[in-house]
Design a protein around this ligand. Structure first.
Ligand SMILES: Cc1cc2nc3c(=O)[nH]c(=O)nc-3n(C[C@H](O)[C@H](O)[C@H](O)COP(=O)(O)OP(=O)(O)OC[C@H]3O[C@@H](n4cnc5c(N)ncnc54)[C@H](O)[C@@H]3O)c2cc1C
Length: 263
């Protein structure tokens, strides 16, 4: 059968528009397709929620790909191993010490992305979230303002567009970019000890890993924080290239959000 370039173009445009418009008002919009965002999205979709992820870069996986200092292996601890089992991701116990498991960073990045998409999550890459949409007197977060990443990179004078969501999740990593919008643009207090993004503390893997899931939650009406964004918001310790806390944080946020969506 002859191939027609115009059919290819039409097929791409139409199916992309269907996907985008189908996510225009989702249950949950997640910013950032790092480990925390992808796990959160996967469990939300498994629980029946409609979920869209907006990711600035071309690829999903966030900080997973580079492992530790570009050695592309990551470590997961005992507590998070069950998430790897659940998502059928392979790992090897570190034979010299109990409780440490090694995962290939490439497999982890690809598998989390595949599992999320297969569960029904819609991922939109090359979108940078530049603002939030708010509603009501309390200025509750109710959506996101999106700009194409190449527009941001080129500094073009182009207006962004807006999508709605019942809840928004900040999975932007160290920079906690969405929480900072609430603090800097809206001038509102966050639900943190200082009312602001406190900023992460120095390396302490044991404490840092335990605190990531503890800090996961609603940081402002309609906005949840996960992963390193939660660490940054609540000012707990960084933990280096051990990723269990990121997975557990995503899972915990998904559980909390599914409860909220039920209510
Ligand atoms: C300098 C540096 C230090 C690090 N230190 C640590 C550490 O101490 N402990 C640790 O565990 N890990 C560290 N990492 C690795 C890594 O960031 C995390 O471990 C892990 O990947 C965090 O997972 P996450 O899901 O929270 O966010 P990330 O993996 O960082 O993913 C966030 C994603 O959000 C996207 N994003 C960000 N802003 C926007 C936006 N406005 N719009 C759309 N998308 C956006 C990013 O492109 C990225 O894909 C470090 C990384 C760097 C670069």
């Amino acid at each position: 059968m002859p191939l027609d370039e115009l059919v290819i173009t039409r097929a791409i445009m139409e199916s992309y528009m269907d996907k985008f418009l189908g996510s225009l008002d989702s249950d949950v919009a997640i910013v950032g397709a790092g480990p925390a965002g992808l796990v959160c999205a996967y469990y939300l979709a498994q629980g029946g929620a409609s979920v869209a992820i907006y990711e600035r870069k071309l690829s999903v996986g966030g900080g997973i790909w580079g492992g530790g200092a570009m050695f592309n292996q990551v470590v997961i601890q005992e507590e998070a191993k069950r998430i790897l089992d659940d998502m059928e991701i392979s790992y090897m116990p570190y034979e010299k010490e109990e409780g440490y498991y090694l995962v290939d960073a490439v497999e982890l990045s690809c598998a989390l992305g595949l599992k999320a998409v297969r569960a029904g999550v819609k991922i939109f890459n090359l979108f940078t979230v530049v603002d939030v949409k708010v509603v009501g007197e309390e200025e509750r977060v109710s959506g996101l303002v999106l700009s194409w990443t190449p527009v941001e990179m080129a500094g073009l004078h182009v207006d962004p567009i807006t999508v709605g969501a019942k809840y928004v999740v900040d999975g932007t990593g160290h920079d906690a970019e969405v929480a900072r919008v609430i603090q800097d643009k809206l001038g509102k207090r966050l639900n943190t000890p200082t009312g602001k993004v406190v900023g992460e503390k120095s390396m302490w893997a044991e404490f840092g890993e335990k605190s990531v899931p503890e800090c996961t939650g609603e940081v402002y009406p309609g906005l949840f924080v996960i992963g390193m964004a939660a660490t940054a918001c609540y000012g707990t310790h960084r933990m280096g290239p051990i990723f269990g806390g990121m997975l557990l944080s995503g899972e915990k946020a998904a559980k909390m959000l599914l409860e909220r969506l039920k209510g």
